[in-house]
Design a protein around this ligand. Structure first.
Ligand SMILES: [Zn+2]
Length: 321
């Protein structure tokens, strides 16, 4: 019920993600509480640029994913349950996670690196405790959720960065083992519930780097989600990918062109990521164009006034607390 695959798992078998098993008619989440990655990251690394900018976030994952993206950069943990049959991870309880966040004075917890939908039982238990402790919850996700999961999840969710990997269903089928429509549905539901949402598109040379795809994505964001929704255009690196090691890195020209398509479609905040020196990681006032948040790697320097432009007063769509 967690994800849009709706796997029907036969007795003694596991689902597509390799983390759920039918043991004699009872379904088990084998990855519950088994933390495969736990770090304190800048929130900008998620990337979330408009949510608690300049803060750090306790970031965690279990092994497993409901996608099999050829471009995956965390494939050693996202694909390991299916590659090895094992679910590696350190046993940590939800309460221990909260204690780590509190001890380090972290204002948020991010469910990231792999797909939180496949560890949603564990994530939800943490999220409920986080809410009580006034810690925010952020999901960094492919958005391939069931509606049932969305309904369980959204009351505790404060922010999301969702990958929109292409606007062609064929790409999702061929390179991710998923489908486009459930991702679009998740995005619309997030916006309807007022959850702060940013979008990331990894631009992969020859696979999804067509102008039409970028234009369709930008138009969808503007029309269905709102032009205040930040769009992160991210550089692909073959060397760290799972299966696309022979493809070149995304060129600066392509990143620049995509950035331009986003701006021309009317989006207020278009960012390029993973590529120092490429068009922009900075936030400019959408009205007067003044530089309001200067980002250099993960070094953030703010020139806004309580989330408004310090020159003209325009709202910069920042979530500051
Ligand atoms: Zn301004």
């Amino acid at each position: 019920m967690n994800c849009a695959h709706y796997c029907q798992i036969l007795s003694q078998k596991r689902g597509t993600c390799g983390t759920r098993e039918n043991k004699n008619g009872k379904l088990y989440a084998l990855n519950y509480g088994k933390v495969a990655a736990l770090n304190i990251d800048p929130i900008e690394k998620k990337p979330l640029f408009h949510f608690l900018p300049g803060s750090r976030s306790l970031s965690l994952a279990t092994a497993g994913c409901n996608f099999k993206c050829a471009s995956c950069q965390n494939w050693d943990i996202s694909q390991s349950p299916n590659l090895t049959g094992k679910i590696e991870g350190r046993e940590i309880s939800p309460k221990e996670i909260i204690d780590i966040a509190l001890k380090n004075k972290l204002p948020s917890i991010s469910y990231t690196y792999t797909e939180p939908a496949i560890f949603s039982e564990f994530a939800l238990d943490i999220m409920k405790l986080a809410k009580k402790a006034k810690i925010k919850n952020c999901w960094v996700s492919n958005g391939f959720w069931s509606e049932e999961l969305f309904d369980l999840n959204f009351p505790y969710l404060d922010a999301a960065n969702i990958d929109l990997k292409s606007f062609e269903n064929e790409f999702y089928v061929k390179y991710c083992g998923g489908k486009l429509q459930p991702v679009l549905d998740t995005l619309k539901r997030l916006k309807q519930k007022g959850i702060w949402t940013e979008i990331t598109t990894l631009v992969i040379p020859t696979l999804n780097d067509k102008d039409k795809i970028f234009k369709d994505i930008a138009d969808f964001i503007k029309k269905d989600l709102g032009n205040e929704t930040p769009w992160h255009i991210s550089q692909f690196s073959g060397a760290i990918s799972w299966k696309l090691k022979d493809l070149p890195n995304t060129s600066f020209e392509t990143l620049e062109k995509t950035h331009k398509i986003g701006k021309e479609a009317g989006l207020k905040y278009v960012y390029t990521g993973n590529a120092p020196g490429a068009p922009s990681e900075d936030t400019f006032c959408p009205k007067c164009g003044a530089l309001m948040i200067d980002r250099n790697g993960y070094f953030v320097s703010r020139h806004d006034k309580d989330g408004k432009c310090s020159k003209c007063g325009e709202d910069l769509n920042l979530i500051l607390k």
